[in-house]
Design a protein. Sequence first.
Length: 289
Amino acid sequence: MAILPVSRDRPAMIRVDALLRDARARVEPSDAELLLCHLLGKPRSWLFAHGDDVLDTQAAAAFAALIERRATGEPVAYLTGRRGFWRFDLRVSEATLIPRPETELLVELALDRLPGSGVRRVADLGTGSGAIALALACERPSARVIAVDVSPAALEIARGNALELDLHNIEFRQGDWFAPLAGESFDLIASNPPYIETDDPHLAQGDLRYEPAGALASGADGLDAIRIIAREAPAHLHAGGWLLIEHGWEQGEAVRALLTAAGLIDAATQRDWEDRDRVTLARKPLDGA
């Protein structure tokens, strides 16, 4: 690295472009840039206009530590404590899943079934960082959204995100699936539950190694949580209300069968931008249907 001479009046300084050059050799260039922007509190454009600026050794050491953690596989979202989703920059932590772009399909499908006016009751089961619930609460300000998660630590993150976004039509409840919703019914229920098989080798690879196992895996076939949601959802849906579930790309047929067996109708699976089964939805029959 290009380290300037050290003197009594000037500590060692390191150029931004030199730091980035070395970091890009160890991790994905976009990751290196994002981590340095996070450390410095600067936009990405700043890096290219200030490559010859210098940082002191304390800042350089902090950056090197972030790069080392990323090189060993720790997710960027956990290193920065943030992840973009929908129109937001959300707080995340090791207590929450990292929101992923494919989940935005679930939000889009839910919004298609929620009128822009009029009070609608919505539940988000297994909310994690609050990504789905917050997007729906933001886009449908007249809706009443209840976000549920079994993890108090995850709910703390989700509440913080709601405060940052100044959203007040959302409520957070702690408990397992429908347990905190006894006696209540909704116009729409959404969930991105755990759906990976418990012995899936992918759980020991990549970002999944660092994410909460209880929010990822769900039994031998990955469908244990979805079975619970499918079984209990009809009792919590208004007539004509919708249930939307995100799932694995090979689970569409099985999830449709579970929703149909639970008495829901019009079960269909929507594909994501990679043309993979991603979200299955169905509705409760109208009264008398």
